[in-house]
Design a protein around this ligand. Structure first.
Ligand SMILES: [Zn+2]
Length: 504
């Protein structure tokens, strides 16, 4: 599926097992590290215990391409094949070396040890590579080399890599080069990553292990808290054992190889479809983040985010009562620097009839236009513009890859001049209109709501307006109460008025 015509890996596997029995290959491990789920391969070997199929992919609860539940971790195979299908579905993009290595160490490698494959075939897409415009993940060439190196411990190193996705030719070339070097040379990989896995990664790993431990007893038991909460370097693979002669040799091979690969890649570089420069590839996920992490804004909330515990899910990740799914959080998990409350002359109202986060019932919107008759309570969090981007994404449709910001400094300038700014990439989301509500201590106050034309649609009935569900009301009331703005009773009355007064 996707851009593929033939599933080379599945065809090769089937051929080895069924047509070439004299080779003595009875068990095949397929490792699919392409950023997309290997749905075709999964289907082919769904009931076949001779094939252990492992896929790690962006899934985002079924919203990432190919957008189905097939990639869920509960899809473990059927009949004799039960337990031989392993899905590791990322809840978010931006996963990098530390996340993949954690999955290798705590899911794939232990199972591979028990399975003892006769050969490994890798669905080697490189669209999870740093800089890839479709994948939005951050695996470095060194990361791929380590993933591959760990697999070479099995099947006496009999590994086939079949190239699949990869849409940034520089990222692709660098990643492939790193892997080919591992295949050709027996040299230690020198690399050090300061990163640690996302909290969501540990959550996913734990669910996968729970799902599969009935088939693979080695996965029984919780991962130690010490590990899952660690914020220190997770991997430190390096070696200084190799002598000078070896170093020289490997450098020569490496340079020759680089040249050979360059000769192949050069003619293709004319076909470049993305605008990434080399620099952007190298720093891919982080360049805009470090820039925007230095700018503070007030994010002014008027709905469930008024309750601090709920808002912190957008920063730290996690879930509070009433939420259907956990949040991924921001990459920068530092709490807000300040929290203050204010009231504004804007209309609070409730619209839509169902939300992904809260289930049935309307959610809060703020009319972007002010009116002196109206009064709405707002809780303002002082966060960085980087964090604001992550909140904006989570409030709208996840699936944007975040390799570039949704709302950058130019957009901030624009909203301060024009008061409104619609984030194009989020169109279709409900809160994609960023509104400038003034300044506090010289720092711009921003909120996110619907557009003025959406308000017209709510008024005309084209968009449903619907009262909030009881659980959601409780969250709003709790926010207002804990923020010492209103008593429980007064908060109830405030919400009731906003949800019943007609939108004029
Ligand atoms: Zn792919």
């Amino acid at each position: 599926m996707g851009f593929c015509l033939y599933n080379n890996v599945a065809v090769a596997t089937s051929f080895l097992l069924n047509e070439r029995q004299e080779l003595g290959i009875n068990k095949v491990l397929i490792v699919d590290w392409d950023v997309h789920h290997g749905n075709g391969t999964q289907k082919m070997f769904w009931k076949d215990p001779r094939v252990l199929f492992f896929s790690v992919h962006r899934h985002e609860f079924g919203s990432f391409y190919p957008a189905s539940d097939d990639g869920s971790h509960i899809m473990v195979g059927e009949g004799p094949g039960a337990g031989y299908n392993i899905n590791v579905p990322w809840e978010n993009g931006r996963c990098g070396d530390a996340d993949y290595l954690a999955v290798w160490d705590h899911v794939l490698i232990p199972i591979a040890k028990e399975f003892r494959p006769d050969i490994i075939i890798i669905s080697a897409g490189f669209d999870a590579a740093i800089g890839d415009p479709l994948g939005g993940c951050c695996v470095t060439p060194c990361g791929y080399a380590i993933l591959l190196k760990k697999l070479m411990e099995f099947a006496q190193g009999k590994i086939v890599m079949a190239l699949e996705g990869g849409y940034n030719l520089d990222s692709l070339a660098n990643s492939v080069l790193a892997c080919v070097e591992v295949l050709l040379e027996d040299k230690p990989i020198i690399g050090l990553s300061e990163a640690y896995p996302f909290q969501s990664t540990w959550r996913v790993i734990q669910s996968v292990r729970e799902e599969l431990c009935t088939f693979w007893s080695i996965l029984k038991g919780e991962l130690p808290k010490k590990l899952t909460s660690r914020k220190t370097p997770l991997i430190q693979i390096s070696s200084s054992d190799s002598d000078v002669e070896n170093d020289n040799n490997s450098r020569t091979i490496s340079q020759d190889l680089e040249k050979a690969v360059q000769d192949v890649i050069q003619p293709l570089s004319e076909l470049r479809v993305d605008a990434h420069s080399n620099d952007e590839v190298n720093t891919g996920c982080s360049s805009w983040r470090s820039e925007l992490s230095k700018i503070d804004v007030w994010y002014a909330s008027y709905g469930s985010n008024m309750w601090k515990s709920r808002f912190l899910c957008y920063i730290e990740g996690g879930q509070v009562e009433g939420m259907k799914n956990p949040c991924t959080g921001s990459l920068d998990k530092r709490p807000p620097k300040e929290i203050i409350w204010t009231t504004v002359p804007h209309r609070l109202f409730f619209g839509r009839d169902h939300t992904k986060t809260w289930g049935p019932g309307g959610v809060a919107f703020l009319d972007p236009e002010s009116n002196s008759q109206d009064k709405a309570y707002m809780c303002m969090y002082r966060i960085t513009l980087e964090q604001f981007n992550d909140v904006l994404l989570q409030e709208n449709v996840p699936g944007y890859d975040m390799s570039s910001p949704l709302f950058d400094l130019t957009d901030l300038d624009s909203v301060m001049k024009n008061q409104y700014f619609s984030v194009e990439a989020l169109e279709g989301g409900w809160y994609y209109n960023v509104v400038h509500m003034g300044n506090e201590n010289g720092i711009p106050i921003l909120t996110m709501t619907c557009t003025i034309s959406d308000v017209e649609n709510f008024k005309s009935g084209k968009f449903p307006s619907s009262a909030p569900a009881k659980g959601y009301v409780n969250i709003l009331v709790r926010g207002l109460e804990e923020g010492k703005q209103l008593s429980e009773e007064a908060a109830m009355a405030y919400i009731l008025e906003a949800s019943t007064k007609p939108l004029l």
